[in-house]
Write a protein that binds this ligand. Structure first.
Ligand code: UTP
Length: 614
């Protein structure tokens, strides 16, 4: 008996047979070519058809559309079509703010005043291949003392904003909703993490999980879908974070949020601890300027691997202008092709930074116009393809590729008239962006070539620096000791006093600290809304934990003890350490500390707790 699709008609249901025939028509006959005769591997044949049918249902327009899109994009890629032809770059419109200024504090206050109307979306479906961590990135600790993971930190920040909104508006019904985009790689573990910690304090129903699908891998310029080594499964890959828009639309989440009275949406990524603080500034700038979409940015050094926001003026009256992120590997060639910016991506001699603000992919949307654009487009942001060719003929790929889409390309979905801007946040003591993206080896290489390592140890040190900055800025005025230099796993770090502030303690740049000092190498942990520090000096380790509704005030207090030590792990310890510790390369040894947990007012000179930690 013969095999192939024709020979196996009896194995398939009528629906499966019709679907398989449509795939053959779309140039995918190779998927069934090597099928043996009926009776052999029949279950696998049906499973293959079912797998493609599922992918078909998940992709807007179905697999046939996906293949058409792939052929077009692959042809453009082969022909080297310039995506920016017909556009001329102009400086975009936006707000540039510097930390510790009145303008910054005022903008943050505008954001806080509107936070009651904000909804939140965390994209957390990425594979994290560059980090190589075997679990989900949002489960990584932000720092080694409390072990509070990114997801917990994010959720506690949203809950702190919710508490602020309830208190200032005197309305206990205000709820700030959080959605998370997961993928098959992260969904089950995200659910398990939330379940194990009772949603980190969020109410039942406050979190919505939306799982993105994967798309078929493509093996050649004709858009043929790639089979895996068994021959009975298609290869699939993530479609990119651009899926967030179609998921928010198709799930009805945007409509639901609008019904709840929400006017804004903040989309953020999995491991930048400062994202929710930046949200207040971005939100403030959106409210003030009426932005439909607003990209939070940091000052960008020319050539840096961060996309730049550009205003692209169209030379064709039928094509609208675009304010959009241009990827770092495209910006220089785009600029060099113009007369005005013929020197390419260079730093402005006055500011020392590129005039194109660096987008950190934290996006604020006005929900009304976002919803309108979703209705028109179904949220399908234009895709791109990035095949790795075997040679310059561009006829064969090194490995199968796929179409991807990016959430920052949303401006392409607005009809004319949407106001798209940026909010660039300049903080000199520590950058507003410190993601944990890279494994130790790559981070080391990046640091050696003068780039940010963006790894676990750097993320932790930046987290402490951020909190030091909060305590030293404005009215707080705590004197912060110099950082101590160290090297872990070949990565150079400067360890500032290790300050950990729970989101309930410091909302935005406001904190209930005035004066005092932290000696180099000290540790300060402040957990709870009811803590006040006035003229407190720490040389060692101080931990203060106030229960909800209780007040702990430390005034004219000096704490001196042996504190804690950051210790580099030996090769044996590294091998035995849990992964979140081994990717940092150090542990923190508590030697002595002073702890306050009971409500009250404390003053004087103290050393350590009665029974020091061994
Ligand atoms: P990254 O660019 O860091 O990609 O994603 P990644 O997939 O997580 O990591 P690499 O590139 O494999 O090393 C930025 C954000 O977008 C999310 C990630 O979870 C992260 O928060 N993302 C990325 C998705 O939600 N889905 C995707 O398909 C890709």
């Amino acid at each position: 008996m013969s095999g192939g699709l024709e020979g196996n008609a009896s194995v398939l249901s009528p629906e499966e047979a019709i679907f398989a025939a449509s795939m053959v028509k779309a140039g995918q006959g190779h998927l069934f070519e090597n099928w043996p005769a009926p009776g052999e591997k029949d279950a696998e044949k049906k499973a293959l058809i079912q797998q493609i049918m599922q992918a078909d249902a998940k992709y807007g327009g179905g697999i046939v559309q996906y293949i058409k899109n792939a052929r077009k994009l692959l042809a453009d890629s082969k022909a080297g079509v310039d995506a920016f032809a017909g556009f001329s770059p102009n400086i975009p419109m936006g707000e540039t703010l510097t930390a510790h200024t009145d303008a910054w504090a005022a903008m943050e206050q505008v954001g806080l005043d509107s936070v009651a109307e904000c909804s939140f979306m965390l994209v957390a479906g990425g594979l994290g291949e560059r980090l190589g961590y075997s679990n989900i990135k949002v489960g990584l600790p932000t720092e080694s003392f409390t072990g509070r993971c990114y997801l917990q930190y994010y959720i506690e920040q949203i809950l702190a904003y919710q508490a602020y909104a309830r208190e200032t508006r005197r309305d206990d019904s205000i709820t700030l909703p959080l959605a998370m985009m997961t993928s098959a790689d992260t969904d089950a573990r995200t659910k398990a993490l939330l379940a194990a910690h009772s949603n980190f304090g969020m109410a039942e129903g406050q979190i919505t999980l939306l799982m993105q699908g994967k798309v078929p891998s493509i093996e050649d310029n004709d858009g043929r879908i790639a089979l895996d080594e068994t021959g009975f499964q298609i290869q699939t890959k993530p479609h990119g974070h651009g899926d967030v828009h179609s998921l928010l639309h198709m799930s009805g989440t945007v409509k639901k949020w609008r019904k709840m009275g929400k006017k804004w949406l903040f989309i953020f990524q999995d491991t930048n601890a400062f994202a929710l603080q930046s949200c207040l500034l971005g939100l403030g700038a959106s409210v003030k300027n009426g932005f439909d979409m607003n990209s939070v940015c940091v000052p960008r050094i020319a050539g840096e691997a961060i996309g730049g926001i550009c205003c692209l003026k169209s030379q064709n009256p039928d094509v609208k202008d675009l304010t959009i992120n241009v990827e770092y590997n495209q910006i220089d060639s785009m600029l060099r092709a113009t007369e005005q910016f013929k020197d390419g991506d260079v730093n402005d001699p006055v500011t020392g930074f590129s005039v194109w603000p660096g987008s950190i992919n934290e996006l604020v949307f006005k929900l009304e116009s976002y919803d309108g654009a979703l209705e028109e487009s179904k949220g399908a942001v234009p895709e791109f393809v990035n095949p790795k060719y075997k040679d310059s003929t561009k006829t064969a790929f090194k490995s199968p590729t796929r179409l991807e889409c990016m959430m920052q390309d949303f401006p392409r979905l607005y009809s004319n008239g949407a106001l798209v801007g940026f909010t660039s946040l300049n903080r000199t003591y520590v950058r507003q962006y410190s993601p944990v993206k890279n494994n130790v080896k790559d981070a080391k290489a990046k640091q050696e070539s003068g780039l940010e390592p963006a790894c676990a140890s750097a993320g932790e040190m930046d987290f402490y620096k951020w909190n030091c900055d909060i305590l030293s800025c404005g009215g707080a005025g705590m004197a912060i000791g110099k950082p101590v230099h160290a090297e872990f796993l070949g990565i150079k770090v400067s360890i500032p006093p290790a300050v950990i502030l729970s989101p309930s303690f410091a909302v935005g740049c406001k904190s209930k600290v005035s004066g005092g000092s932290l000696a180099p190498g000290s540790v300060l942990v402040l957990e709870g809304a009811g803590i006040t520090l006035k003229n407190v000096h720490v040389d060692g380790c101080l931990i203060v934990k106030a229960k909800p509704g209780e007040e702990i005030t430390l005034e004219n207090l000096t704490v001196k003890n042996a504190g804690c030590k950051f210790v580099a792990l030996t090769p044996e310890e590294l091998a035995a350490a849990p992964e979140p510790v081994s990717i940092r390369g150090f542990r923190v040894d508590p030697i002595e500390m002073k702890t306050y947990t009971a409500a009250g007012k404390y003053t004087g000179e103290v050393t350590c707790d009665p029974s020091p930690v061994q």
